[in-house]
Design a binder for this molecule. Structure first.
Ligand code: PFF
Ligand code: NA
Length: 453
């Protein structure tokens, strides 16, 4: 007997898949990345393009990916190959499955480093290491946290271990249970911080920063970044959603699930922005402060809030959990593939990928200290992992998914998987055939044009 498992419906209960997919979507992308990218690219116009990309590109492609998974019942590689065969098309389309799997692994390699920051800050919050009364002091704490490769490596190693342990066990039920209370908890804390922001000044400025726009202000690079962020935040084209879809029972509505995941994900990102930017403006911090933005601004606010330390502990605890529920989804495709088509047991598959992950993530972690000078074209390794995946691999993978759904695979597959009305189906088809691919291509061409100058 091999340890090969038949892909089966793993999600228990009515909410199983929604909770798992929400757990995958909501994570560091919403609370860490969205605010700092918005700050970096100047606010409103970036947010607007991001929202447009969620609607016109993200949602239609997410529906396609879940359909691929459920109909193909397997990892991205196997599922796409099966669907291509069923449609009489070349098995080469499964190259998009390979790319998605690689992409999920690359994202995870830098994601565990950031999740490690979150655990480190949880520890600091518990042990009283986050006191400081100015942005400079908080920046110094963030800098010191990154400067020591041993402690930083300790935290990212811890996250890597936790991720692989959960994936190895396949404890879906545990994930579903933790997502069930973590998400409302996260929304509650962000809500409290927004209210705090309203009373502490800086809220008006934050509102106009986030929602007032001058489209001309967005550079081609910002456009590409906004599209990449839409893919990243919805966990698209990285194997996660497709593989989770392969465990989805037949009677669940893919469209309804997609809309609720996308809506909730967007809500959390916007709430994070509204919680963070008032603090940034009130404290005179530069919105363009990069990846350390939330780690330098939020502790400052917690310092001044009633019950601040308690809130701070709860916040970093939930951020860590949110990061973990996303992290496990990034590696699920690889583990599912090794298990289902290579006959490796889940435990062995997790340990094997875990060791590789540990090596690559340690190299990414070193970008913040001893490897700070190991740069190529001005970017260190951590930045390259993020840049390549978000700006290029995910949109390119998404383009492939959209074209497969729109033109390559038999349309009957999607008729039966999506089960939409005639008009709704026609609208979805129009999106995956024309709107999403052209949107992606235009933004690509625009970005390449700038690079050629
Ligand atoms: N959607 C996650 C977030 O916003 O934090 C990140 C992510 C998860 C990206 C899973 C890709 C993925 F496959
Ligand atoms: Na997200």
């Amino acid at each position: 007997m091999t340890a090969r498992e038949k892909p089966k419906t793993l999600w228990v209960g009515r909410w199983g898949f929604i909770l798992a997919a929400t757990g995958s979507a909501v994570g560091l992308g919403n609370i860490w990345k969205f605010p700092y990218m918005t700050g970096e690219y100047g606010g409103g116009a970036f947010v607007l393009v991001y929202l447009a990309c969620i609607l016109a590109i993200g949602i239609p492609i997410m529906m396609a990916e879940i359909s691929f998974g459920r109909r193909g019942r397997g990892s991205p590689i196997d599922a796409i190959r099966r669907l291509a065969q069923e449609s009489g098309r070349s098995a080469l389309w499964s190259l998009f499955g390979w790319m998605a799997m690689l992409c999920g692994f690359m994202i995870l390699s830098f994601y565990v480093v950031v999740a490690g920051w979150s655990v480190a800050y949880l520890w600091k919050a518990v042990s009283g290491g986050l006191s400081g009364s100015s942005v400079e002091e908080m920046a110094a704490i963030f800098g010191a946290n990154n400067a020591n490769p041993w402690s930083l490596g300790f935290w990212s190693t811890l996250v890597t271990l936790a991720t692989m342990l959960i994936v190895g066990k396949g404890v879906q039920e545990g994930i579903e249970k933790s997502v069930r209370w973590m998400m409302p908890g996260m929304v509650l804390i962000l809500g409290i911080m927004i209210v705090y922001g309203v009373f502490s000044g800086g809220f008006g400025e934050a509102m106009s920063f986030l929602f007032a726009f001058e489209l001309g202000n967005l550079s081609s690079e910002g456009l590409l970044a906004a599209m990449g962020q839409a893919f990243f935040t919805l966990s698209l084209a990285s194997g996660a959603i497709l593989t989770y879809g392969s465990y989805l029972p037949d009677d669940k509505s893919i469209a309804r699930t997609t809309f609720s995941v996308a809506l909730f994900d967007t809500l959390v990102a916007l709430m994070a922005g509204l919680a963070i930017f008032p603090v940034i403006f009130a404290s005179g911090m530069d919105p363009d402060s990069g990846p350390g933005l939330i780690f330098m601004s939020l502790p400052l606010a917690f310092q001044q809030m009633p019950l601040g330390t308690l809130l701070e502990i709860a916040f970093f605890f939930m951020l860590t959990l949110a990061a973990l529920t996303s992290a496990i989804s990034m590696i699920e495709a690889t583990v599912a593939w090794l298990n289902q088509s290579r006959g490796v047991s889940r435990a062995k598959a997790s340990w094997g990928t875990g060791i590789l992950l540990w090596i690559v993530s340690t190299l990414a972690m070193l970008s913040f200290n001893v490897g700070a000078d190991w740069t190529l074209a001005g970017k260190h390794f951590f930045d390259w992992l993020d840049y390549l995946t978000s700006r290029w691999m995910m949109p390119l993978g998404g383009l492939g998914m959209a074209l497969m759904a729109g033109f390559v695979l038999r349309n009957e597959i999607f008729r039966s998987e999506l089960g939409l009305s005639r008009t709704q189906h026609a609208l979805w088809l129009f999106m995956v055939r024309y709107v999403s691919p052209l949107g992606i291509l235009l933004i690509f061409i625009d970005a390449l044009g700038v690079m050629a100058l």
